[in-house]
Ligand binder design. Structure first.
Ligand code: SF4
Length: 735
């Protein structure tokens, strides 16, 4: 097969024409006939995991405008600024239109597709020949459709023989996945968005939906029950300002805080004994463990009074339908899994599961992080299966029609372990797809030194201007959201369609198309029947058969459209009873005994504590609702840029500003042991004394962050590092 692939790759001229017309194999990049033929087309937004539906208004098959879909059960006619402006990044002047290869002078230069593919394949084969297949790895994303994730995961692992591949979802959702798996027996966020409207107590922990998930906050605002809205967060966030109660705990004291709350619930007998007895395991050990966490013992460490811990327990006890919601403030921690499970424990012990308005609910980050969790073939084998389970390997091999021996019997190294492998010389070839590691990964200076050690870095993205693309040896130009087909899975497990409503520019191709070309170039045409994403959707349905995420009852893409998206599970033979379905209504969890587990562990201090040289704690997070992560896309919209600060800013308490000689609007150097950044001060009591908040969107922010990781989820702890402030000059002022 490799000789045939080599011969195919030698045909530069004809091959380029073949690729760019591509009516057949994965022909999704440039084919006008595949554009949505209607006057309007519905597609799920490509930013966050809320999964709003947008209506694309078409002229000649091409989208000229977007508006929120009034009939979609998720967003009910609403969209945040990013959704309204979602077309703008596609028209950016720096869209990549040609493949690039770094030449002998060290410059990325445009080349024909066959040359780029040839270079990729030759360089990776050289790595494989010299160091074995385990020296090749990939890093993927939660931003591409599920079908593309499946194509990449199967190609890389079963076709090219890679052992290691991970996604940028490691940075946002790995904690929730591990926490659920241990507690429920499967990675299963239990809720539906109607729960925002049905709760009488909502507890948000490390979560700022007002700006990070604005449409979900709109759902909270539609709640007719005058709910208690509780925010647990060190910072007085936009959501905390709108809450009925704000617990401004010390950074990373959340585990002790919620053990204190649970101890009060146990001590006062505010436990749902019936639920605990029939649907859980391990409660007695947990209750005994809590003996060390009475409020008066943990209050000072949490920076609140014992009476405040008791008050939250009273609020939870008084609620009839209590829901717990968490996001990155929990997930990005050195002990993140146990914090998430502390919330799960509280929901279980009070019987707040499986009923409307209840649940221990992780709000996901990226538009298709949930697709990545089930189908990226990284930590989990396709369909939420286990690489280490021989029966699972046989099942997946049977569905794919491949030899089970092609499936590795161990899960991949995680993102940080792959990078450690590069530093240790174990990994030499890295393929990065649709993520900007050289901006978003923790401890940037180390990351950049790490990437420089590779024999070959291939980057596949919409823009060759990202910090990561600039480091590539080979760059492959990709189509973006709105330029290709597939499905996303949102936070509440709803599968919705993504449509092609624009042509990709120049020679950019859908990631799906690129994966098929790489497969052909590598000589591993594993899945010749996968001509279009819906072919893969048919296969992935079958992969879920018998799993908690079983979607064998979804007929096809058209059924998804007609239903307004469908939440998993929907098993073969089942009919869709409701638009809003939650899990565990019968109290049956996915562990073999059907019981949820109480998981707990003593809290540990963060690895880097403030000291005399670096006396302040750095917090990071979302800046505004108009900014998305590294701003690779939102930064391309003039409208969204106007809605965000013009340059890097940081929030600092008036006492700390005074101590550093700073006034509002002054520039300062923020210095950690790893690097520094310059930003403009926003002096505000919304951050506590001793803490500094920096939005994550500037590339320099991760010069400061400290590379600690949760030991179970390997998720980076972006939200705790020691820094100091120093006055700095305005970079735009003349001497
Ligand atoms: Fe898109 Fe999320 Fe905004 Fe909805 S809330 S429009 S999904 S970015």
């Amino acid at each position: 097969p490799r000789r045939a692939a080599d011969a195919w790759l030698q045909r530069d001229g004809p091959l380029t024409r073949e690729l760019l017309r591509a009516p057949g194999a994965f022909g999704l990049g440039q084919v006008p006939a595949r554009l949505a033929p209607e006057a309007t087309a519905r597609l799920i937004c490509g930013y966050c995991s809320t999964g709003c539906a947008l209506t694309a208004h078409l002229q000649g098959g091409e989208a000229v405008n977007l508006s929120p879909d009034p009939d979609y059960p998720v967003n009910l006619g609403m969209a945040c600024p990013k959704g309204w402006e979602a077309l703008a990044p596609l028209d950016a002047p720096d869209r990549a239109t040609r493949p690039l290869v770094r030449n002998a002078a060290g410059v990325l230069e445009p080349v024909p597709w066959p040359v780029a593919l040839r270079t990729f394949v030759e360089r990776f084969r050289a790595v494989e020949a010299r160091h074995g297949p385990e020296a090749m790895a990939f890093l993927s994303t939660g931003q591409i459709p599920t079908e593309e994730m499946v194509a990449l995961g199967t190609l890389a692992k079963f076709g090219m023989g890679m052992i290691h591949g991970d996604g940028n979802t490691r940075q946002c959702m790995a904690t929730a996945a591990v926490a659920y798996k241990e507690a429920f027996g499967f990675d299963a966020p239990p809720y539906t968005y109607a729960d925002f409207e049905a709760s009488d107590v909502l507890v948000f922990v490390g979560s700022n939906p007002c700006i990070a998930h604005p449409i979900l906050w709109e759902r909270v605002c539609r709640n007719p029950h005058s709910p208690e809205i509780v925010v647990v967060d060190p910072r007085k966030t936009e959501t905390a300002m709108a809450a009925t109660a704000h617990y401004a705990i010390q950074p990373k004291s959340d585990l002790a805080f919620f053990y204190g709350v649970a101890q009060v619930l146990v001590e006062r007998g505010w436990i749902d004994r019936d639920y605990v007895e029939h649907h859980t395991a391990g409660y007695a050990a947990f209750a005994e463990f809590l003996g060390d966490y009475a409020p008066e013992r943990v209050a000072s460490q949490c920076g609140v009074g014992a009476s405040e811990i008791e008050r939250l327990a009273e609020t939870i006890h008084a609620g009839e339908r209590v829901s717990f919601w968490w996001t990155m403030g929990v997930n990005q921690s050195h002990e993140a899994v146990r914090v998430a499970q502390a919330l799960i424990n509280t929901a279980l012990m009070t019987g707040n599961m499986g009923r409307p308005g209840t649940g221990a609910n992780s709000i996901t980050g990226q538009c298709n992080a949930m697709g990545s969790r089930l189908f990226s073939n990284t930590t989990n084998l396709l369909g939420g299966h286990d690489f280490a389970n021989p029966a699972h390997r046989e099942k997946v091999a049977g569905v794919l029609g491949i030899d089970a021996a092609l499936i590795p019997d161990t899960a991949s190294d995680s993102y940080d372990q792959i990078l450690a492998g590069v530093r240790e010389g174990r990994i030499k070839g890295l393929w990065i797809v649709a993520t900007n590691s050289a901006h978003s990964w923790i401890h940037q200076n180390e990351l950049r030194r790490t990437l420089a050690q590779l024999d070959c870095l291939v980057v596949q993205d919409l823009y060759a201007t990202t910090e990561t693309a600039q480091l590539a040896d080979v760059f492959l130009p990709a189509a973006g959201w709105g330029e290709k087909e597939g499905t996303f899975i949102n936070s509440e497990r709803r599968i919705g369609r993504v449509r092609k409503v624009k042509r990709a520019p120049g020679q950019a191709l859908a990631d799906f198309h690129i994966f098929s070309l790489v497969a052909k170039a590598w000589g591993c045409d594993l899945f010749p029947t996968w001509k279009a994403p819906e072919d893969v959707f048919t296969v992935l349905k079958e992969l879920t058969r018998g799993q908690p995420c079983d979607i064998t009852g979804i007929r096809d893409y058209r059924a998804l459209e007609e239903a307004g998206g469908i939440q998993w599970p929907l098993r073969e033979g089942e009919t869709l009873a409701s638009h809003e379905r939650r899990l565990f209504e019968d109290g049956a969890y996915a562990h073999p005994d059907g019981r949820a587990r109480f998981c707990f562990e003593a809290p540990r201090p963060p690895e880097e504590a403030p000291d005399a040289d670096y006396p302040l704690v750095l917090l990071t997070g979302r800046g505004t609702s108009s900014q998305w992560h590294t701003e690779t896309r939102t930064g391309k919209s003039a409208v969204l840029r106007k809605l965000a600060p013009a340059g890097p800013v940081f929030e600092v308490h008036p006492d700390d500003a005074r101590a550093a000689g700073l006034r509002g609007g002054d520039f300062a150097r923020l210095v950690s042991r790893r690097g520094e950044m310059r930003a403009r001060a926003v002096v505000t009591p919304n951050v506590a004394a001793g803490q500094v908040f920096v939005p994550m969107h500037d590339a320099a922010t991760n010069q400061l962050t400290y590379p600690a990781f949760d030991p179970y989820s390997r998720q980076p702890s972006y939200k705790y590092a020691a820094i100091r402030l120093e006055p700095a000059s305005d970079p735009s002022s003349k001497p």
